[in-house]
Design a binder for this molecule. Structure first.
Ligand code: ADP
Length: 563
């Protein structure tokens, strides 16, 4: 803009200067013409005095003087009687010259004619003398254009000088005109004190700025809402455009795609540039899914990434009949699939576990029915049937308990539970069994209170103690310890029993897992005791720790957080 103002001002200055020069030249020339006429007239009047006194000789007298003017004496017929520049006889008749005609008719005549020399004008003044002759004085001078042309170098120099000054001034003015515009504070348009002419524009800018600000705020608010909702989602959410570039991705999705640690960096990159999904994760099947969603429609698949299983659902975003992009919804279904698997295995195991004692029972009963058992053995066989049935009942009870825990179909009212009291109660209940197995039981520790479901915690402790007695040695001992450590309540059961070899440590909490199947069976174990313990601990957000050394003993501790 400043360039245009500067050019306009400069052109205006140039035009003004040129027009002024031309106008001035013509005015001056006009002035010159008038002066010339007056001058010639004066000369003629003076010469008339001389001629009337001394006749044509007067003119001959001044012939020698180097006069600028041409003086001619013409008789009424137009014949030249005298001329101070050329011999009179060589000159043609002047009777037809306008100034001469006018002088003959009216006493004086005036004319201006272009002279033979290019660019010059000759001024003529003719005066009728008393004797009827005409005295004509002529003078030649430059025409206006010639005068202009002659003075061209000087004029050009002056014009250039003026133009130079004009340019400097134009530059300075341009800056001054433009500066307030450049200095406009667009953040606060109406607070600017600039040109009045700009006021409507600035008011308009102010209104539009307010409206844009409002829209941006609204967009930001919506974006924030969207981020807050998606950031806290357990599901991964990726929104992409129709080229597969990521528009938005939440924390869970980054975790699922294995880019958890670079979260912030990636979020910043996505704001700045287009990042294609393939940059985040190279899984080809995932790319294919997105392509299918974009071209054909929704797709759902399960992916395995290391230990984890993800269910990915790709849905196209369709707007006005056109696919604008796609949404990926990623769910971590590892747990779901695992529990389904566990349930399947559990069903198979249950059938197997039930089948063995039932086969035994039916076998013994068959023998007895067919009379193949000696009378003295009947009671032994009946005892076996009884034992197997007892095992079956215990098994069924544990299965029912586990499924209740699985379904969360258990009393869940949290109460204050005094762990030491509870430990005493369990000890009392299990003392007979301990005595039978020649195992000593004791309870040690502090009075620690937690919030929990008393029935469940009692069941958990009973299971741990039952194992500690069952897998003990003669004259061994079982210690229930209640303690508080770092704000957590610890309930542990220590025994001096057979211990568990290290390779089984990770598996003994699995359903039906036993270290020594025959020993477990012998002692009436169902293989479900520790699974129930694990469930109840999980229900209370408690954590289980185990230390066990074969032949030395086992310590299983349940740590309840947040006392
Ligand atoms: P079970 O009904 O067979 O006792 P659990 O789930 O209670 O089943 O225990 C799983 C297995 O862990 C047991 O079969 C046993 O081999 C082992 N176990 C559990 N507690 C102890 C312990 N205190 N000492 C040694 N082995 C144990």
């Amino acid at each position: 803009m400043s360039k245009r103002i500067f050019i306009s001002m400069s052109l205006l200055a140039l035009l003004t200067i040129l027009l002024s020069v031309v106008a001035l030249t013509f005015i001056m020339f006009q002035q010159l013409s008038e002066d010339m006429e007056r001058e010639l007239k004066n000369q003629a009047l003076y010469l008339r005095v001389g001629v009337s006194e001394s006749g044509a000789d007067y003119l001959a007298q001044i012939k020698g003087e180097d006069r600028e003017s041409r003086i001619t004496l013409i008789d009424p017929q137009g014949n030249v009687l005298f001329d101070n520049r050329a011999p009179a006889e060589t000159m043609e008749n002047h009777g037809d010259r306008p100034e001469v005609k006018d002088a003959l008719a009216a006493g004086e005549g005036y004319d201006v004619r272009l002279s033979q020399t290019v660019g010059r004008h000759t001024y003529y003044y003719a005066l009728r003398l008393d004797d009827g002759n005409i005295l004509r004085v002529a003078s030649t001078t430059d025409s206006a254009i010639a005068a202009l042309a002659n003075s061209a170098p000087v004029i050009a120099a002056i014009v250039l000088l003026i133009l130079g000054v004009a340019l400097v001034y134009a530059k300075h003015r341009t800056k001054r005109i433009v500066r307030p515009i450049n200095d406009i504070d667009l953040e606060n348009p109406i607070e600017n004190d600039v040109y009045d002419e700009l006021a409507p524009l600035l008011t308009r800018i102010h209104q539009q700025k307010n409206s844009i600000d409002r829209q941006i705020q609204e967009l930001k608010r919506r974006r924030q809402q969207f981020d807050e909702i998606t950031e806290n989602m357990a599901e991964g959410l990726v929104v992409m455009d129709d080229a597969g570039n990521i528009l938005s991705i939440n924390k869970s999705a980054l975790r699922f795609l294995g880019r958890d640690s670079e979260q912030r960096e990636i979020a910043r990159q996505i704001e700045d540039e287009n990042i294609h999904l393939s940059v985040l994760n190279r899984n080809l099947s995932l790319q294919k899914m997105v392509n299918t969603a974009l071209t054909e429609g929704p797709v759902k698949e399960i992916f395995q990434v290391e230990e984890k299983r993800y269910q990915v659902r790709a849905t196209p975003i369709i707007e006005e009949g056109r696919t604008r992009g796609a949404i990926l919804l990623i769910l971590d279904v590892t747990e779901q699939i695992r529990s389904e698997q566990i349930r399947k295995e559990f069903t198979a195991n249950v059938s197997h576990e039930l089948k063995t004692p039932l086969t035994a029972i039916s076998g013994y009963a068959e023998l007895m029915r067919d009379g193949k058992v000696e009378q003295q053995d009947v009671s032994r066989f009946a005892g076996k049937i009884y034992d197997e049935s007892a095992g079956l009942i215990a098994l069924v009870e544990d299965i029912i308990r586990l499924s209740q825990l699985d379904e969360k179909n258990v009393p869940s009212e949290m109460e204050k539970v005094d762990l030491l009291d509870l430990a005493m109660k369990v000890k009392e209940k299990l003392d007979p069994l301990a005595k039978l197995k020649k195992v000593r039981m004791e309870v040690v520790g502090d009075r620690v209170e937690i919030s929990g479901v008393p029935k469940l915690i009692e069941e958990m402790l009973a299971n741990l103690c039952d194992n500690a007695i069952k897998y003990n040695k003669e004259n061994g001992s079982v210690r229930i310890v209640v303690a508080e450590e770092d704000g957590a309540a610890i309930l542990s059961v220590e025994d001096t029993g057979i211990g568990i070899p290290a390779e089984h440590h990770s598996r003994i909490f699995e359903r039906f897992y036993r270290v020594d199947k025959s020993h477990s069976k012998q002692t009436g174990g169902t293989g479900l005791g520790l699974s129930i313990v694990k469930h109840i601990a999980g229900f209370h957000n408690a954590h289980i720790e185990m230390d066990s050394v074969p032949d030395k003993g086992t310590r299983i501790a349940v740590k309840f957080p947040n006392l």
